[in-house]
Design a protein around this ligand. Sequence first.
Ligand code: ASP
Length: 439
Amino acid sequence: MGVITAKFGGSSVADAAQIRKTKDIVMSRSNRRYVVVSGPGKRSSEDEKVTDLLYRYQGLAAAGDENGAAAVFSVIEERFIGLKRELAASVDIESALAKVAADLTAGASADYAASRGEFLNAQLIAAFYGYDFVDAAGLVLFDEDGNFLAEKTNAALSEELAKHERAVVPGFYGTWPDGSPKTFSRGGSDVTGALVARAVQADVYENWTDVSGFLMTDPRVVKNPHPIPVISYREQRELSSMGASVLHEDAVTPARLAGIPINIRNTNAPDEAGTMIVSDDAPEAVSPGVRGISGKKGYAALRVYRNAAGGGARILAPIFAVASQRGIQPDFALSAVDAATLYFADGADASALASALEKESSETRAEETTVAGGITLIAVVGNGVGADPGAAAKATAALAEGGIKSYGACFSVSETNLLVGVADRDYEAALNALYAKFS
Ligand code: ASP
């Protein structure tokens, strides 16, 4: 029987009742042997995540606000001591908390502070399950510039985890070469889960959260969208880059490299199958069709005109050079013979690049630039969608039937993606119209 790696996110481990659910899930399959946990998340919408409390605590301690820091620390302390009591976990959480306080008073970093939510929670949960606690420190590795070391981490994690039949590993952080904690970006326990899955060559990486997988589109905009039972890594990345995010961006790569499917599951509804994210060429993934539709508002389009520029790289390369000198990154770009259109998630970037291009030397100077904001881009994602001439016609028809003007873009960059532009004010109507047509 293959191994399962299960990762539980903040809401799944927010209080003792939730942690009991995770134990039932873990114990219900004897091969759920490696578990990665987040720090305790929100227990209600007004509550604060322990990670946020820790960042706040560190900020106050660093600013020398002793009273403020002590007040926040007592909230953190209460949460962990409450968990220990309710779970009857035999672990010396009091001494661990005292060490956190002492280290922060002595000037420990924000990364150190934030990492302690996962560190302490994983110890409690390991004791509650009767699993070994395996710290991520010294196993999840970064270089001196803060770059994540994928292969070294994989070697260190597999060597260590091979010594443990069953283990709980804290998510979200690893260590700098000097051994001090360095965190991934927010939501990074998903990444640790994928690293552990790869290191133990799991059959599946279960990512347990508070939704039963992905829905075809945003349920806040479209009523009762269908769930997505299966999606490929590639499709999932395209959807999440356009705003449909359940999983941390960097969590997909380690699983993809190792060919491990990711199963998004709901801790509060463990009988539901959730969504399977599988290899791009897996038989379940290759059937053509629209898998999901997601969109983002607030793009700005910068149109550039330069006579006799020549299309493609001849007009785009100098524009990109100027953009990168200024640290600006366009999200999408299109070009014609003497013109280019670049889309930016941040409108200020479009304006900054427009004025920079007008000041350039004659070789690259734009003769004309215009910036138009308030654009929504909607991605219709699915295997073969981008290559299907019918898909663009269908999208255009969906908009026309809904009386919605398409705004400058209906183009496909990859086989799996068709991008449709509309005005921000038409976002909701367009998403409904496209969903109705493609679902
Ligand atoms: N606790 C961290 C956060 O709030 C990491 C995680 O939960 O994945 O971002």
